[in-house]
Structure formats: structure tokens, C-alpha cells
Design a protein around this ligand. Structure first.
Ligand SMILES: [Zn+2]
Ligand SMILES: [Zn+2]
Ligand SMILES: [Zn+2]
Length: 257
């Protein structure tokens, strides 16, 4: 089945430009250097699946003219990946009397349920709530004829999920990828990897480290995401192999799901 992937956000948790920063990338006039928080949208067969709802979701949805959402998958419960939940409201209302399904692994689902207690608390009296329901990921998630396979990755001290769907995989936020997970990432057309910056970081991958994953897995195309203000778009791309590029907000890719 033909599918389109749209990069809603390619930036790290603080976004680029970063508040109060005077660096060259934060003041760049290249629109590729404006990076909202990390998220992608996948469209196929008239269905729309979102991975992560960031604090920038509203701006991203308006920019990309998102008219409907059919499911949301969460990689983990860090603020930069979940804080847009309340802005799912306008897109959740069309699901009434049903609810927009959100999928997350058990510990992330618990965190989200606790953090957004007012949404999931039947006693909340003020109405206008996002019409969403949380489902636990405990294996591949079948959505509208496509299979989203969770790919566990190491994110500092935690294990979180990336996802493989058809010929594409999206691995945001990882400091390491186990052999067992690498084995699930063969024969990819598109591979997204965390590449925060060049300097090592305890919970994120670097450009060099993610390039080693690309060399090992040999996807047709690789794209880096969760990028901080250390990496100017044009200048960094010029140093990368031709099948590897920094992703950018608004980037669209076609693939088979
Ligand atoms: Zn993150
Ligand atoms: Zn900066
Ligand atoms: Zn994270």
C-alpha cells in the first residue's frame, strides 16, 4: 500500500531556535533550521496515524492542514512527545460517540493517564475534553491494514519504543539500539534515527553513532531527527553520505507500508 510520511517536527526537546539562545543556528534565516518538537504523520488508504503529540502539535497540524487523525502512537512519555495531547481535542471530536485511540507501552500509558488525569477522570465536570482512549502496546499494533511493530530502543536508563511500519522505521530518542532490535530493521527503504548533535549525550545518539547504524543496516534512505542547535542544516548535510540527510519540518516522503 502506498503511504506518505510527513515530518511534523525534527527538533530536540527545547526546539530550535531555543528560547534565549544567541547562536548562529538559532538566528539562521534558513527555514530548515527552524525545528519544532519531534513527531511524524503517516497517511495511507485514507487513514492518518500520528506518532507522538508534541507541545508544538497545534502549530504543526495547522501548518500541514491536518483534517483528521485516526490513531496516535506514543514512543514514550517525555514531555516533548506528549504535551500536545490537549490539542488533539478538535480532531478527537469527530470520533464521538467513540474515541480517538492512543497507543503506548504500559509504563508510558500509566504516566500519560496520571499526568492528564482530568482527561481520563470520568468525574471532571467542565467538559470540552479530548475524546481519547489509551490502549496498551504489548506487541505489533494493526491499524487499518498496516502493521506498526514496536522496536525497543535504549534511551539513557530507560527502554522506549521506536516503530517499524512496512518499509519505514522511526527511531526517535535513543542512546543505543540492541542487536535484537537491529535485527528487526533489515531491508528498509526509510530509516529515521536520533542524531542530537556531534558531542556525546547520555540519552541521545550523535551524528557519528547514527551513521554507524546506517552503515550496518544499509537502508535505502536515512534521515536524522531530534536535532539540536549544534547542527546547521545545509552545512551538516554537506558532510553526510548521499543517502543520509537531516530531516526538516514539513519534509514529505513516499514509501510502501
Ligand atoms: Zn525527545
Ligand atoms: Zn542556539
Ligand atoms: Zn525522550
Amino acid at each position: 500500500m502506498k503511504a506518505t510520511l510527513t515530518v511534523l517536527g525534527s527538533g530536540t526537546s527545547m526546539g530550535v531556535p531555543t528560547i534565549g539562545c544567541d547562536c548562529a543556528v538559532c538566528h539562521s534565516s534558513d527555514p530548515h533550521d527552524r525545528r519544532t518538537r519531534p513527531s511524524i504523520l503517516i497517511e495511507y488508504g485514507g487513514q492518518t496515524v500520528l506518532i507522538d503529540s508534541t507541545p508544538d502539535f497545534r502549530e504543526q497540524a495547522i501548518r500541514e492542514h491536518i483534517r483528521k487523525l485516526d490513531a496516535v502512537l506514543y514512543t514514550h512519555s517525555h514531555a516533548d512527545h506528549i504535551l500536545g495531547i490537549d490539542d488533539l481535542r478538535p480532531l478527537s471530536f469527530r470520533h464521538k460517540p467513540n474515541k480517538l485511540p492512543l497507543y503506548a507501552r504500559a509504563e508510558a500509558a500509566d504516566f500519560i493517564r496520571n499526568m492528564f488525569r482530568y482527561i481520563f477522570n470520568a468525574d471532571y465536570k467542565f467538559g470540552g475534553l479530548a475524546q481519547v482512549e489509551l490502549k496498551t502496546i504489548d506487541g505489533p499494533v494493526e491499524l487499518f491494514g498496516a502493521r506498526f511493530e514496536p522496536i525497543p530502543v535504549i534511551h539513557g536508563d530507560a527502554e522506549i519504543d521506536g516503530f517499524r511500519f512496512g518499509s519505514a522505521a522511526y527511531l526517535t530518542d535513543h542512546s543505543d539500539v540492541s542487536e535484537a532490535s537491529l535485527a528487526k530493521l533489515e531491508n528498509l527503504d526509510i530509516l529515521f534515527l536520533d542524531a542530537l548533535r556531534h558531542t556525546p549525550h547520555p540519552t541521545h545518539s550523535t551524528v557519528a553513532k547514527s551513521l554507524r547504524i546506517v552503515e550496518r543496516l544499509k537502508p535505502k534512505r536515512a534521515f536524522f531527527t531530534h536535532i539540536c542547535h549544534d547542527l546547521p542544516h545545509e552545512a551538516t548535510n554537506a558532510t553526510l553520505p548521499s543517502n543520509v540527510r537531516l530531516s526538516y519540518d514539513g519534509m514529505k516522503l513516499n514509501f510502501e507500508i
